[in-house]
Design a protein around this ligand. Structure first.
Ligand code: BG6
Length: 478
């Protein structure tokens, strides 16, 4: 037993995304989504960056989102397993293209709406609160072809229409909403985050910030609609978080770390405080970026700020201004970072830093003074099946345990945290690599990187452990 006291009604659970779990990529009238164009292999990264213009699947390449883990057909079985673990909540996303297959259709696709009705009913049956992300790396491909995606203001209104449709349809079933998953990803992986395909000679920074403005306005419109349609619902933003440490106490390194953090805070500053931060004004001016805005945008952003700050935390980052030190790069949720000599890394090179979660949570709470929601945190690792068909994932238990402890400390620090949904409670495909073998789940799914397997679900050791954690409201982490 530990000494951490989590609030009553703390939302314990897990988080998944439509494109990484559902599969059935063209079933039920769904349209093609931009992540359906991400194959496995080296090309995936270049497409994610927006460097390759490939808007139709290519014969012979493997697209893992097309089949996912077939949550589309297995959702009853999977939700039953989440219920067995005692989940209070499940964070999941709606695939925009299931509701509006082309993104700009005049009427929504009833089959898509019914599919999510069935999912929410199933969750509610077990007393599991759905937390719904409106868009988790999900853009109908037609919107990229026709309008150039988020660089075009048209997307703002199409998204608003989509948001209003789902808010209205599910107002009796969903009380927690998240607008854009990891909204700051747009700057780092412009295709994944914003459906942006960038050509040689494009002013990339200009395009990215214009697209960012559109997403921020769209997010504010969704907040407005949510508050009007269901005043009792709560709607939040979602940041790919992880504080940046300076490699040394050289003020140059310190300033650099501050700037790196601000690059990401920029989005949440607008979504939570309601206006462009002063440092952004200087940045935009010095980089000669002109953001086209409508006269009503400022007021809209001001009056429609989020109710809570959702964030993912996998790792902290480290930065330096020394070119020699900068050579020691490591990966980590796509943000380039250099190696932190004090910390260990996962098999995929992601820094493991539980204290960084406490620091990040404190930083966010100091900055925004709004409830926080840890909507993603977890360890991607290779799991081995024993001859008896068991998975002894003590490394995962250790990772999650230490992060829950850090969250407990942050709560002791006075930070208000309303929930924790670990990524991902069941093995799903990796967003960055498309692999199945990068597993996060408490539930094992029999499927390999090439798409072979029975899809059978198996409880890992961590399954029983997390069940105890939830049962004891975070008091029993042993
Ligand atoms: C977050 C995303 O960036 O990290 C998820 O919101 C993603 O979609 C998760 O799956 C873990 O990353 P990866 O690349 O290991 O799947």
């Amino acid at each position: 037993m530990n000494r951490y006291k989590f609030p009553e009604n703390f939302l314990w659970g897990g988080a998944i995304a439509a494109n990484q779990s559902e599969g059935a990529y063209l079933e039920g009238g769904k349209g093609l989504t931009h992540v359906d164009l991400l194959p496995t292999g080296k090309k995936r990264w270049e497409i994610s960056l927006g460097n390759i213009d490939q808007l139709t699947p290519v014969e012979g390449e493997f697209y893992p989102s097309h089949t996912g883990i077939n949550f589309y057909h297995h959702y009853k079985e999977d939700i039953k397993l989440f219920a067995e673990m005692g989940f209070k909540t499940l964070r999941l996303s709606i695939a925009w293209a299931r509701i509006f297959p082309n993104g700009d259709d005049a009427t929504p696709n009833e089959a898509g709406l019914q599919y999510y009705d069935a999912i929410f009913d199933e969750l509610i049956k077990y007393g599991i609160e759905p937390v719904v992300t409106m868009t988790h790396f999900d853009i109908p491909v037609n919107l990229i072809e026709k309008y150039g995606s988020w660089r075009n203001r048209r997307l703002v209104y199409l998204f608003e229409n989509y948001a209003k449709t789902i808010l209205e349809r599910y107002k009796e079933k969903v009380k927690y909403w998240v607008t854009f998953n990891e909204i700051n990803m747009l700057l780092h992986l412009p295709f994944i985050g914003g459906g942006l395909v960038l050509q040689e000679g494009d002013n990339k920074t200009q395009i990215k910030y214009q697209a960012a403005h559109h997403q921020l306005v769209a997010s504010a419109l969704a907040v407005k609609a949510c508050h009007e349609i269901n005043p009792k619902a709560k709607i939040g933003c979602m940041l790919a978080a992880g504080t940046t440490y300076p490699y040394t106490c050289n003020p140059d390194d310190m300033f650099n770390a501050m700037e790196k953090d601000r690059e990401n805070f920029f989005f949440i500053d607008v979504q939570s405080r309601g206006s462009y931060p002063s440092y952004a004004t200087r940045f935009l001016k010095e980089n000669e970026i002109q953001i086209a805005m409508e006269p009503t945008d400022e007021e809209l952003l001001k009056n429609n700020t989020v109710d809570f700050i959702g964030f993912s935390y996998y790792a902290s980052r480290t930065t330096s201004t020394d070119p020699e030190i900068l050579k020691n790069t490591t990966s980590g949720n796509v943000f380039g970072s250099i190696e932190n000599p004090y910390l260990k890394k996962s098999e995929w090179g992601w820094t493991i830093d539980p204290l960084g979660l406490r620091i990040t949570a404190n930083q966010l709470y100091d900055r925004y003074q709004k409830p926080l929601f840890v909507v993603e945190n977890g360890l991607g690792a290779v799991d081995k099946l024993t001859a008896e068909g068991e998975i002894h994932d003590d490394y995962r238990i250790d990772y999650i345990k230490r992060h829950i402890e850090a969250m407990g400390e942050a709560i002791e620090d006075g930070v208000q945290i309303i929930g924790y949904t670990s990524w991902a409670p069941i093995d799903i495909i990796s967003a960055s690599t498309g692999e199945m073998k990068k597993r996060y789940g408490y539930i094992y799914v029999d499927k390999d990187n090439e798409g072979n397997g029975t899809l059978k679900r198996l409880r890992k050791k961590s399954f029983y452990w997390y069940k105890k954690v939830i049962q004891s409201n975070g008091e029993n982490l042993d």
